[in-house]
Design a protein around this ligand. Structure first.
Ligand SMILES: Nc1ncnc2c1ncn2[C@@H]1O[C@H](COP(=O)(O)OP(=O)(O)O)[C@@H](O)[C@H]1O
Ligand SMILES: [Mg+2]
Length: 233
């Protein structure tokens, strides 16, 4: 579904991604793991189109993504939930979801009703301001806002960050549902290895702007050496 080859990107003259090779099959769930500052968020931005790659190739379902702007990639079915979630704190839950629907064709109301069915807590709090929700609820709202655009590929950047452990189950269940019931392919950045192991099968370990290992997360879970070398554990 998604194929990156020797993908390069950065900020101005500062190169961050030094040749990313990545291949994701439809329906798969994979996690990008790695220490702070290795380029995980930059990779997500290069995939969503927020920053323009400076080299290499990138295709989605056979379409060349390299020249496409973020809204064009969104229209092809790529949704990005950025690190820190980025919901609109002053808008209500309902208004946040409408913003998610603005990019798509067809009836927004039906799509929003669908996410209310999937996430009853959002239905209950439709008129609450986004900023009044807990961190976990804001993450659910950010996921739901992405779902309203009916994506094929969901890019999630550290969905567990800053969320109380007791709420992590709900986030994991939401991601399960997104993948299994909706059939959406998920690429998630995580620093929480336990959480990553619950939501993804395959782990892509990043270091210094490259993907250096492709492992089953279950194995990584038991490999203290690999963890010590490449993860902040
Ligand atoms: N907007 C930016 N402008 C310039 N440099 C940035 C910007 N965002 C991140 N960087 C730099 O790019 C590198 C990778 O950052 P990032 O992709 O956020 O890493 P990670 O998500 O793995 O923690 C870091 O050295 C960081 O300082
Ligand atoms: Mg990051």
């Amino acid at each position: 579904m998604l194929q990156a080859s020797d993908l390069r990107a950065g900020y101005g003259s500062a190169a961050v991604l030094h040749g990313i090779n990545l291949s994701l099959a439809a329906g798969e769930r994979a996690a990008i793991l790695g220490r702070n500052g290795v380029g995980k968020t930059t990779l997500m931005r290069a995939l969503s189109g927020e920053i323009s790659p400076t080299g290499g190739t990138l295709t989605f379902q056979g379409t060349d993504l390299m020249p496409l702007r973020p809204h064009e990639r969104a229209r092809l079915g790529i949704a990005h939930v950025p690190q820190g979630r980025d919901i609109f704190p002053k808008l209500t839950v309902a208004e946040n979801l409408k913003v998610g629907a603005a990019a798509v064709r067809g009836s927004a109301d039906a799509k929003i009703d669908e996410v209310y069915d999937e996430f009853p807590l959002l239905a209950e709090r439709q008129r609450a301001r986004g900023g009044s929700l807990s961190g976990g609820q804001q993450q659910i709202l950010a996921l739901a806002r992405a779902l309203v655009s009916e994506p094929k590929l969901l890019l999630l950047d550290e969905p567990s960050e800053g969320i109380q452990p007791s709420i992590l189950d709900e986030i994991a269940e939401a991601i399960d549902h997104i993948n299994l019931a909706r059939g959406i392919t998920v690429l998630v950045v995580e620093q929480n290895l336990d959480f990553a192991a619950r939501i993804a099968e395959r782990g892509l370990i990043m270091d210094k702007g490259e993907i250096i290992e492709n492992v089953a997360i279950a194995e990584l879970h038991d490999d203290r050496d690999l963890q010590r070398t490449f993860l902040a554990l």
